[in-house]
Design a protein around this ligand. Structure first.
Ligand code: GDP
Ligand code: GDP
Length: 453
């Protein structure tokens, strides 16, 4: 019983797309105003507007999906940074450092009209040190007459400058071809378990929720010396911590300990994105002494959109009085209803309260994240569901779900093949019922619907 009306190769390609693992990450770095955001817009086909009219506008999202020559990847946009926070050199370097760290390949953008500057040289140094593959974009070559100027950029010493006009699209195809030649098909060793290494945890949350306190508490004296662990590469931004009899890799902890970009939302969100990129599970800290804020929900949304397993840790529980607790529960009901499936722990990094519940919550979330529903079971469930709760009739037609399959895990991804468009409300209903039936505690669930033309 496969999908009536669907070609086999159509189903196969749908499954390949839905089930493919983590995508390689391309970072676009460079000085301000060289055209990074314009280039990112080109690469992602303007599906999402990223160029802001005001410089220094804070962005929530820094990572976008793109496709070129049949290959999918993520693009990390580093435009939109705050110019005067740290001074120009330090800002560009800090921004590039975060992005390069999370990337599998890098496009360095230079303004050909201006030529190479000292700041460009500083970025080149970082790139060299990173060892990541780099493609040099000589931007603002709007016509053939400027191509000669692009050749000067060989001086940067990072290979061939690709003349591009991001604004007109000129040369971007050649640039992307070059990127695909050096970018791995899939990010190497993204997930610890694939290699039998420690599971990767991102500890995230807005400033002052207690990330560094929690990290110190759980690390305690139990911190594992990285070099002693066979087969682990030394990554100074990660920490290996023993918890509940297992070793966990807390990713990107350098940023937490250093408290670099305090108060600068844009950096905080870059750092969060970078940590999520590397993690399997996100532990989002929320400060219970303050009302749940837009920043909290934004960070939770980033974790969900990144497709990571999720645990929510309500911290500073030692400070909670009855009145605040009453409001907290109402805020959770109102603002976090979309992530009711996430395991919840009420902790205090200060007193150590309920620290022992953290690991079981993380394990529950990871189990949900990796779970798989056999196709037979899924279709038996869908059959019953559709019979008892058919889609409402629209325009004299009633869309039917013909067949479904789980195309992938981490997180669970489902593809439903249907005879017509399924309304958002019905899709949410299916997700709800899927969760009731199969669990998926602590994990986002993706459902894509393929409609027979
Ligand atoms: P970012 O700060 O590096 O992200 O730079 P933006 O993408 O915001 O671009 C900075 C300015 O350069 C904007 O005014 C763009 O319109 C302009 N720009 C970007 N790409 C090109 C290009 O290929 N040619 C020309 N002439 N201008 C460009
Ligand atoms: P970060 O910015 O998220 O890393 O937050 P910190 O760990 O630096 O904590 C911010 C402040 O909250 C510090 O003054 C901590 O001592 C305090 N704090 C952290 N966790 C707790 C907690 O569980 N209870 C109380 N009462 N204070 C806490």
């Amino acid at each position: 019983a496969t999908g009536e009306g669907f070609e086999a190769d159509e189903i196969a390609s749908e499954l390949a797309a839905a089930g493919s693992g983590p995508l390689p990450v391309l970072a676009v770095v460079g000085r301000p105003n060289v055209g990074k955001s314009t280039l990112v817009n080109r690469i992602i086909g303007r599906r999402e507007a990223v160029v802001e009219d005001k410089p220094g506008v804070t962005r929530d999202r820094v990572s976008y999906e793109a496709e070129w020559a049949g290959r999918r990847f993520k693009v990390v946009d580093t435009g939109g940074w705050e110019q005067d926070v740290l001074g120009i050199h330090a800002s560009v370097a800090a921004q590039a450092e975060f992005a390069i760290d999370a990337a599998d390949a890098v496009v360095m953008v230079v303004d050909t009209k201006v030529g190479a500057t000292d700041t460009d040289d500083a970025v080149v140094k970082l790139l060299r040190r990173s060892g990541k593959p780099v493609v040099l974009c000589a931007n603002k070559v709007d016509g053939p007459s400027q191509e000669a100027e692009a050749a000067y950029l060989w001086n940067l010493g990072i290979g061939e400058p690709y003349p591009v006009s991001a604004i007109h699209g000129r040369g971007t195809g050649d640039l992307l071809d070059a990127v695909l030649r050096v970018m791995p098909e899939a990010p190497p060793q993204t997930f610890g378990t694939a290699l039998g290494g420690p599971r990767r945890v991102a500890l995230i949350g807005r400033p002052n929720v207690g990330k560094s306190s929690l990290l110190n508490k759980v690390a305690g004296e139990e911190r594992v010396v990285v070099d002693e662990l066979a087969g682990t590469t030394r990554d100074p931004v990660d920490e290996l911590i023993e918890l509940g009899g297992q070793t966990w890799r807390f990713v990107d902890t350098a940023g937490i300990r250093r408290r670099v970009q305090d108060g600068v939302d844009y950096y905080a969100s870059l750092r969060t994105a970078a940590a999520l990129e590397k993690a399997e599970v996100a532990v989002v800290l929320v400060d219970v002494t303050e009302p749940i804020s837009v920043q909290d929900t934004r960070i939770i949304t980033m974790a969900v959109e990144a497709g990571r397993a999720l645990v929510i840790a309500y911290n500073k529980w030692d400070q909670l009085d009855d009145e605040r607790r009453f409001y907290l529960e109402r805020e959770i009901e109102q603002d976090l209803v979309q992530v009711q499936w996430a395991p919840r722990v009420n902790v205090s990094a200060r007193t150590g309260r309920h620290m022992e519940k953290l690991v079981p919550a993380i394990e529950t979330a990871l189990a949900g994240w990796e779970s798989r529903v056999p196709t037979g079971k899924l279709n038996a469930f869908l059959g019953e569901l559709v019979a008892s709760n058919p889609h409402p009739v629209r325009g004299g037609k009633q869309p039917r779900i013909l067949f479904g399959t789980q195309a992938g895990t981490r997180p669970p991804r489902f593809v439903l093949f249907a005879s017509g468009f399924l309304e958002a409300g019905y899709r949410r209903f299916i997700e709800r019922r899927l969760r009731e039936e199969f669990g998926f505690e602590g994990t986002p669930v993706h459902i894509s619907v393929r409609v027979r033309e």
